[in-house]
Design a protein around this ligand. Structure first.
Ligand SMILES: Cc1cc2nc3c(=O)[nH]c(=O)nc-3n(C[C@H](O)[C@H](O)[C@H](O)COP(=O)(O)OP(=O)(O)OC[C@H]3O[C@@H](n4cnc5c(N)ncnc54)[C@H](O)[C@@H]3O)c2cc1C
Length: 435
């Protein structure tokens, strides 16, 4: 065999695993289906300009995220801040407002009560220490929508909290496990407010800069355009087949592809219970992320709406042609991100007087190598699957942000999972045959 280990998937999870295996002295092959590395991160120019922007994963929070912090330090990556907003718009409780504060004073006490309940529930989670299916958290693995309704908050406060959780998970709150949502609050030291205000830092050289650093450091042989469709494992090793007829063998492998793509893979022996179930059920994340070049916006804009097609819209850059705004929605049915007229209309829900010059987006939901956005467990999936998803099967280890214990859904989670998978693969390589 030419390689000791094969990594399938060249996103942050897979490339971390490849780099760690190289650090441990192993020769690695990376098989990546697309014609580029980075997976659900993609740093490339906005249409019709040379301004590079993030079409996928963007913000990092190194103060709270130890794995991305370590990589930023290792590769001396610089960070930049998103602009501080100065102009606001809110569409909550059926009303549109441009006040600086989203909620009327008469709802502040209820807002505080809601935030306290969220923070207290989050404090029950042992964040990052173990997979999320921890004993005693079963009552939280229900839809966040039903959990939040139980607090009986006034309409605007509830809409605001739903919009916040919804756009951060890329799905309506009825489709997402409250336990998964609350775990991110736990990650921000049990502070929902910290989560809301702290996501402002991004990589100056883009996510591509960090992926390139990992790729170079891994010294891996990287095959692009290598879509894997079959994985056979036995006691001795792994044989991997690609769609174009390639066959590769090694003594250990790491599968680092998104959960929502697993259903298209043939594995022998087939994936075990929880993994097979997840491959069929899929996770819920199906966000829409869009960019719009807009003229006529006064100051740095920030808008949140629950009854709007875009749930969150903000100025990211000012350019000579106008302001570049980034927006997120929670459903491709509600907004087709590649339909420029529809996107312009959705932007004008927040900025009625603005001129939308040009828009751009990547549709991650129809992209066959992601089939969704970032990890959002459905209600009940956490307790049924979280530990099992991480478990190696024979000579196959698993990586990916979708499987992380801590920042599951974030770039940090992908890196966490890559470290774990590399440790598992090293163990496989230290034995001649797996019992
Ligand atoms: C729109 C959007 C916005 C986001 N915003 C943020 C953010 O602000 N901050 C943050 O931290 N995270 C964000 N995320 C999430 C973050 O980008 C991901 O969680 C993380 O990048 C996932 O890394 P991964 O390695 O687990 O998976 P991926 O990046 O998906 O990597 C998997 C790789 O496997 C490859 N692959 C798939 N199928 C096959 C196959 N059959 N054969 C070979 N290769 C295959 C894919 O092409 C891909 O390169 C966002 C994601 C999206 C989509």
């Amino acid at each position: 065999m030419d390689y000791e280990a094969i990594v399938v998937g060249g996103g942050f999870g897979g490339m971390t695993a490849a780099r760690d295996l190289h650090d441990a002295g192993h020769a690695v092959l990376v098989l990546e289906a697309r014609d580029r590395l980075g997976g659900r991160t993609w740093y490339k120019p906005f249409r019709g300009s040379d301004k590079r922007i993030e079409f996928g994963g963007t913000w990092v929070a190194p103060r709270w995220q130890p794995h991305i912090r370590a990589e930023i330090e290792r590769y001396s990556a610089e960070l930049i801040e998103s602009p501080v907003p100065a102009e606001f718009a809110w569409s909550l409780g059926g009303e549109f407002s441009t006040a600086p504060n989203p909620l009327p004073v008469e709802e502040w006490l209820d807002f505080e009560r809601g935030i306290r309940a969220i923070d207290n529930a989050a404090a029950r989670i042992r964040f990052g220490e173990a997979p999320l299916d921890q004993r005693g958290l079963e009552d939280l693995d229900v839809s966040f929508d039903s959990w939040l309704r139980g607090l009986e908050l006034p309409r605007k406060t509830r809409d605001f909290l739903m919009a916040w959780a919804g756009f951060f998970f890329g799905a309506p709150c009825s489709e997402v496990s409250g336990l998964h949502i609350l775990s991110w609050v736990a990650g921000f030291e049990n502070s929902a407010v910290a989560w809301y205000v702290a996501v402002s830092q991004k990589l100056a050289a883009g996510t591509a800069g960090l992926i390139d650093a990992l790729a170079e450091d891994s010294a891996a042989d990287i095959k692009l355009g290598a879509a894997v469709d079959r994985i056979d494992t036995d006691d001795e090793g792994v044989t991997i087949a690609t769609r174009d007829g390639g066959r590769f063998a090694a003594r250990a492998a790491v599968l680092a592809t998104p959960i929502n793509t697993w259903h298209a893979l043939t594995a022998s022996p087939s994936l075990e219970g929880a993994k097979a179930a997840m491959a069929q059920e899929r996770m819920a994340g199906h966000a829409t992320k869009l960019w719009a070049l807009v003229q006529g916006v006064k100051g740095n804009f920030y808008g949140v709406g629950w009854d709007t097609k875009i749930k969150w819209l903000a100025t990211e850059y000012s350019t000579p042609e106008g302001d570049l705004l980034v927006g997120f929605g929670t459903s491709p049915e509600e907004l087709e991100v590649t339909d420029e007229t529809a996107v312009a209309g959705a932007v004008r829900e927040f900025l009625p007087g603005a001129e939308v010059v040009r828009t751009d987006a990547h549709d991650w939901n129809t992209d066959e190598f992601s089939q969704g956005t970032w990890m959002a467990y459905r209600p009940g999936q956490v307790m049924r699957t979280a530990s099992a998803l991480q478990r190696p099967e024979g000579r196959l280890a698993f990586a990916g942000s979708d499987l992380a214990s801590g920042w599951c859904g974030w770039i940090d989670g992908a890196i966490e999972s890559g470290h774990r998978a590399a440790r598992a693969a090293r163990e496989m390589l230290s034995t001649t045959a797996v019992a």
